[in-house]
Design a protein around this ligand. Structure first.
Ligand code: A3P
Length: 324
């Protein structure tokens, strides 16, 4: 056809067909611009690179899968909507908070996944957007518009274990069996957004260069100092807490509302599925909540696997500019 939408589809199909393909930890993958992605998402990536226009007041939450995306989606959603929903006085929240009836992934869209259903005009009308894209693959307009980017990262051994468990549960049938194969695939980068280490190094270096537009935080520090970090987030997105809010306990209210215990025990997250436009299957919400523990890798990885992963981490993180 010759209408713009079908021209876009043909153009994207042509690029996708030429890409290297292989099986990955969670699904079939294609390699695009130096990273591996679930093959069904690649058209969305190309679409946003070519056609997404960021607004300078949009906030982009970037992450490698299984690093705390769901948690940060909830926290950022509460932060930007806190004048509409009550979080004061001990963590109660207004009953109309969408996070009570919907999973965080339904409240904050993934840029490249939303694009799958809007290849020709992938511009979600949402103040917060999320992405698993490495920094080097972000649409140019995200970088040029100066919109704020929050990057959450997590200890790689915990990411691997979380990803492997997720693969077993959510992607049954396509996933690899066995932890050995999962470790191999993670180390070789055959996971969505992989290699993990290049993803982290890319955002760390970009943040060192542009600390005002890219904030990095770790899952572990957020777990240990949630109040401190939620204030940091609020400051960074230009919506700092007022003294009155602090006195009313709004910071603690948001922290407690977004806690693993609270979110994972909501009816919607125990029993419902989330379906996303452009994706042919729905994901059970409970797959986004597992244990939320720091160091859970210890129950799964033996010394040899630990050493293998730590060794790659030591070598790769030498490329973080501030550390070399
Ligand atoms: P585990 O599998 O180690 O339990 P992502 O959201 O990026 O997919 O990451 C999923 C991981 O974050 C899972 O880790 C999940 O349990 C954990 N998680 C989900 N919601 C959380 C929350 N509110 N607080 C802390 N961790 C959370």
């Amino acid at each position: 056809g010759s209408d713009p939408a079908s021209r876009t589809t043909l153009h994207i199909d042509k690029i996708v067909r030429a890409l290297p393909a292989r099986r990955g930890l969670t699904a079939s993958l294609k390699q695009y611009q130096g990273h591996w992605f679930h093959d069904h998402v690649v058209p969305g990536i190309i679409s946003v690179q070519e056609k997404f226009r960021a607004k300078s007041d949009q906030i982009v939450l970037a992450s490698f899968p299984k690093s705390g995306t769901t948690w940060l989606k909830a926290l950022l959603f509460c932060l930007v909507n806190r004048s509409r929903y009550d979080f004061g006085h001990g963590g109660r929240s207004s009953p109309d908070n969408p996070l009570i009836s919907s999973n965080p992934h339904a409240c904050v869209p993934f840029l490249e996944i939303h694009a799958l259903a809007h290849l020709d005009d992938p511009n979600p009308d949402s103040p917060i957007l999320s992405s698993h894209l490495p920094h080097s693959l972000l649409p140019r307009s995200v970088v040029e518009s100066g919109c704020k980017i929050v990057y959450v990262m997590r200890e790689p051994k915990d990411v691997l274990v979380s990803l492997w468990m997720f693969a077993e549960k959510a992607w049954k049938g396509t996933s690899t069996s066995g932890l050995d194969a999962a470790v191999d695939m993670f180390c070789d980068g055959f996971v969505h957004g992989g290699p993990y280490w290049d993803h982290v190094v890319g955002y760390m270096n970009a943040s060192l260069k542009s600390p005002d537009t890219i904030l990095t935080m770790t899952y572990e520090d957020l777990m240990e100092r949630p109040v401190h970090n939620v204030k940091r987030l609020a400051d960074f997105i230009g919506q700092p807490f007022s003294t009155a809010e602090e006195d009313q306990g709004v910071v603690e209210g948001i922290v407690s509302f977004c806690s693993f215990d609270k979110l994972s025990n909501l009816e919607v997250n125990k029993t419902q599925l989330t379906s996303v436009e452009g994706i042919s299957f729905a994901i059970p919400n409970d797959t986004f909540f597992r244990k939320a523990r720091i160091g859970d890798w210890e129950t799964h990885l033996n010394d040899e696997k630990r050493e293998r992963l730590d060794d790659i981490t030591r070598r790769k993180f030498k490329h973080i500019d501030g550390l070399s």
